[in-house]
Structure formats: C-alpha cells, structure tokens
Ligand binder design. Structure first.
Ligand SMILES: N[C@@H](CCC(=O)N[C@@H](CS)C(=O)NCC(=O)O)C(=O)O
Length: 277
C-alpha cells in the first residue's frame, strides 16, 4: 500500500543531509547536496566504522529511495516533532543502533488518518514497513529488525530478557495512585531495587558490557518514569539505588537516545489523563 505524501514525515536521511550540507559550507565549498549523496556519505562513514562487506549489502537493501518506514506518535505539544510513545522510541533506538536508515511518519493519535487505520487496524503505533509488509508491535518489529539486520547483534539472552520488565507496570500503578499508603510506591521500589542489584552484579547494561534489546526497551520507560513521577509526584529515584541511577544516565546520554527521545512536556501531557483518572 502506498502512503500519502510526506507532509508528516521526517526523514532520518534528510536530517543527515542538513548536517552534511552545513559541514560542506563550513569547509568553504558551496554546492547543493542531494539526499542520495548524503546517504552515500553517511553510510560510507558507517562502512568505515564496521568495515565489512555484509554491512554494505545491508545498508544498500534499504536505499534512500526505499528506506524503512515507521509510523510513530506525533508530539501533542509541538508541530512536526516526535511524540511520547516509549514503544516507538524502542523501535527507533533499534534502527539507530543498527544504523538502518528510516523514514518516520508522525501520526496524530487524536486524529488518525484513514491510510494509517488501514495499515494499523488497531490504531496503534509503532507500525513499520519491512519487506513490503506493515508490522505492528514493538516486540515483533524489533525481532524482525534483528533477523534482517543481525549486525550489530542486540539480542538479549533469554535468561536476562525479562530483567526490569515489571518496572513499567509498577511505575504506572504508583503514578495513578491517589492513596500514599496503598503499597504502589513500595511495589515500584521493590522492582527498582531488584534491577539495581542486577546492574550492580552484571552491569553496566542488562547483558553486561554492551547495550542490548532489553535496554532499548526499558530505557524509554525509565525516561517516562523519571519525568512523569518528577512532575506529578515530586518523586525521584532514591540515592540508595546508585547502580540504577548510573544506568539511567548511561542510557539517556546515548546519541541514539538523545536523537529519538520525546520532549519532557509531551511526556507530562501524555500521562495527564492517567493521573487525572
Ligand atoms: N504492545 C504495543 C503497544 C503500543 C501502544 O500501546 N502504543 C500506543 C502509544 S504509546 C498507541 O498507539 N495507542 C493508541 C492510541 O493512543 O490511540 C507495542 O509494543 O508496540
């Protein structure tokens, strides 16, 4: 299915083109830079970084004329900005970490276009087009990306894949709670302490030295936790959990994270209906 013109699309390659264009001007050249040229230059540097023929083949399989398309939540506070969906950020982080060029289509979830509902009948983001098929759900999309783009490998071993997986639901329970004595804060603290100990013994990331898929799933959720609980409950991660704190700092400062994170005001606005109830 073809999607309409790219009014609501921000192209990762186009962003790279801007960056590259300003570099050229800075060097004193002045000629127009095409999207293609930027792509080649962009992937050229990736190829040097990875230095394998396999990467060349993989990079070329999603050329700028046919980059991966991913529908993500649009900002509700700022035009033409990525919104506050942690599942969308997880997919974007995976593409960034695997150096897969993509086109991002920003979906206004309060006013879903007809073409979007046709490719995502449940009306949910993220949905990504892989091999000409639209795939919903961040679990399925990231697994498909892992199969199609095995380098760098991001798979978390099964015995560690569920570490931290209860943090998001306990965070939501605490955020929604109106009764300070209902145990929701303690439930969250228990999950965070468990995670803190895991990182102390296995860190700096869930699977050790390198970031893996479980980190890319949890990182955006911890970002929401920090912003939403800070705003609505004046709550922050206690100093008694230093390994969790440094984990959050490490994830939040990754280039891929900075590039794909939501605006704090969108995170705050996004959780307001849940807090108000
Ligand atoms: N399990 C799904 C969850 C996706 C999801 O819940 N997305 C939300 C945005 S964060 C959504 O699209 N909600 C539909 C709506 O708000 O209308 C995944 O991992 O992709």
């Amino acid at each position: 299915m073809s999607t309409p013109g790219i009014q609501s699309t921000i192209s990762a390659t186009a962003t790279a083109a801007c960056a590259f264009s300003s570099t050229i001007k800075h060097l004193g050249f002045n000629f127009p830079v095409s999207r293609n040229f930027s792509f080649v230059a962009n992937n050229g540097s990736r190829l040097r970084r990875h230095g394998t023929k396999r990467n060349l083949t993989l990079a070329m399989s999603s050329s700028p004329s046919n980059p991966f398309e991913v529908c993500v939540k649009a900002s509700i506070t700022t035009p033409n900005r990525l919104g506050d969906c942690p599942f969308c950020q997880r997919v974007l982080l995976t593409m960034e970490e695997k150096h897969v060029p993509y086109d991002m289509k920003l979906i206004d979830l309060a006013n879903k276009p007809e073409w979007f509902l046709q490719i995502s009948p449940e009306g949910k983001v993220p949905v990504a087009r892989l091999d000409e098929k639209w795939i919903p759900d961040s679990d399925v999309i990231t697994q498909s990306l892992e199969e199609k783009f095995p380098e760098p490998p991001l798979r978390t071993p099964p015995e560690k894949a569920s570490v931290g997986s209860k943090i998001f639901s306990t965070f939501i329970g605490f955020l929604k709670s109106k009764d300070p004595n209902d145990g929701t804060e303690q439930a969250l603290l228990n999950e965070l302490s468990f995670f803190n100990n895991h990182i102390k013994e296995n860190g700096p990331f869930i699977n050790g030295r390198k970031v893996s898929s479980a980190d890319l799933s949890l990182g955006p959720k911890l970002y929401h936790l920090e912003i939403a609980l800070g705003h609505y409950k004046k709550w922050s991660v206690p100093d008694s959990l230093p390994h969790l704190k440094s984990y959050m700092e490490a994830i939040f400062s990754m280039d891929s994270f900075v590039k794909t994170r939501a605006l704090p005001e969108d995170v705050i606005a996004g959780w307001r209906p849940k807090v108000i109830g």
